[in-house]
Design a protein around this ligand. Structure first.
Ligand SMILES: Cc1cc2nc3c(=O)[nH]c(=O)nc-3n(C[C@H](O)[C@H](O)[C@H](O)COP(=O)(O)O)c2cc1C
Length: 334
């Protein structure tokens, strides 16, 4: 399948694995890229730019296909040394960067100078247009369903994607709620040139996280996520668990007077415990509503092959069939 995204990034299938804290290590990124998608290492999970350089080198040892690095710009008491992370990316020869969070504008010049393609992930049409204006090459449009930070507008992808299609000139992928061949075909129909997945890629054999995390996703339904930190305008969609219940109780008690310090112990610094040690009830961790569509833990290659096969069958048999075209020979036999 050829789309503006496969052409832009030099990949076989229009499927991207979004950056994920303590999930997007070289193992997962390389597995996705080897399977024909675009794997992405999460830059800030590496505690220093030197460690990121090492992670990039590890990934390069595992794949000769294109892969990217995610740089997330979130509010922080002490900002990470972004210019040094960017230097590690440039020197590591990475040609694709996924930015997310605040506008990446001030960091674009060194990336552009190194001929790096930028895909900015954002949750609204206005931020997508800003990304286009400042020179990003593509956008990842993250709907309200998504795991992680859905923004504050609460517009789901059935509205957000066609709105983006109406306004954007640069290509975009659909992000949030994407899981299978149906998601991909729907995303393409709504105007996207591919899809970005987070939660679905955690429940794969190669995702280097504890088995408990994968099982928690398989066990969860679409009703099992919660939105936290609304009062701080830093909303995050997370999997409901005992730690999140306690956090939500504090949020209810404090109301509009909530400060980050009130909930810090339930949201900050927990990812190593959750993702690596498997203590899935320790507190908040990002998870999308799409958990309701995830029922197994395939290899990344099995997942991507299944998505592409199902998408092709959907287009050829179901959609073309609706128009009166004959089905593919395989479907006729079935
Ligand atoms: C556990 C987890 C951690 C994430 N960490 C990040 C991150 O550090 N930076 C980022 O830009 N997005 C992060 N995301 C968002 C994903 O890249 C992706 O946009 C999102 O998961 C898409 O929604 P989906 O989960 O419905 O597929 C994270 C998502 C999950 C589930």
């Amino acid at each position: 399948m050829k789309t503006a995204i496969t052409e832009l990034f030099g990949i076989r299938h229009p499927i991207i694995q979004g950056g994920m804290h303590y999930v997007g290590f070289a193992e997962l990124a390389a597995a996705v890229s080897n399977a024909g998608g675009l794997g992405i290492i999460t830059g800030l999970t590496q505690k220093t730019p030197e460690l990121l350089a090492r992670e990039i080198a590890r990934c390069r040892d595992m794949t000769d296909r294109p892969f990217g690095v995610n740089l997330t710009f979130l509010p922080a008491l002490k900002a990470p040394p972004y210019p040094e992370y960017i230097a590690a990316i440039v020197e590591g020869g990475v040609k694709i960067v996924e930015t997310a969070g605040r506008s990446p504008e001030q960091y674009l010049p060194p990336l552009k100078a190194a001929d790096i393609k930028i895909i900015h992930k954002c949750t609204s049409v206005r931020h997508s247009l800003k990304a286009e204006r400042i020179g990003c090459d593509a956008v990842s449009v993250d709907g309200f369903e998504c795991g992680g930070h859905p923004g504050e507008d609460d517009v789901p992808n059935f509205i957000l994607l066609p709105r983006a299609a109406d306004e954007l000139k640069i290509p975009f992928v659909a992000s949030g709620g994407m899981a299978d061949g149906r998601s991909l075909v729907a995303a393409l129909a709504l105007g996207a040139a591919g899809m970005n997945m987070g939660t679905r890629f955690i429940a794969t054999k190669e995702a280097p996280v504890h088995e408990n995390v994968k099982q928690a996703i398989v066990a969860a339904s679409e009703l099992d996520t919660r939105l936290i930190m609304r009062a701080l305008r830093n909303t995050e969609r997370v999997l409901k668990n005992a730690g999140v219940d306690r956090l939500l109780e504090i949020e209810r008690d404090k109301g509009a007077a909530l400060s980050f310090a009130d909930i810090q112990e339930h949201v900050a610094g927990l990812y190593p415990r959750i993702m690596l040690e498997g203590d899935v009830d320790a507190g908040a961790w990002s998870c999308g509503m799409v958990a309701g569509l995830i029922h197994d833990i395939p290899t990344v290659a099995e997942l991507i092959d299944r998505i592409m096969t199902d998408a092709e069958r959907l287009i050829r048999d179901r959609l073309m069939g609706l128009l009166g075209h004959s089905a593919t020979p395989a479907a006729k036999v079935a």
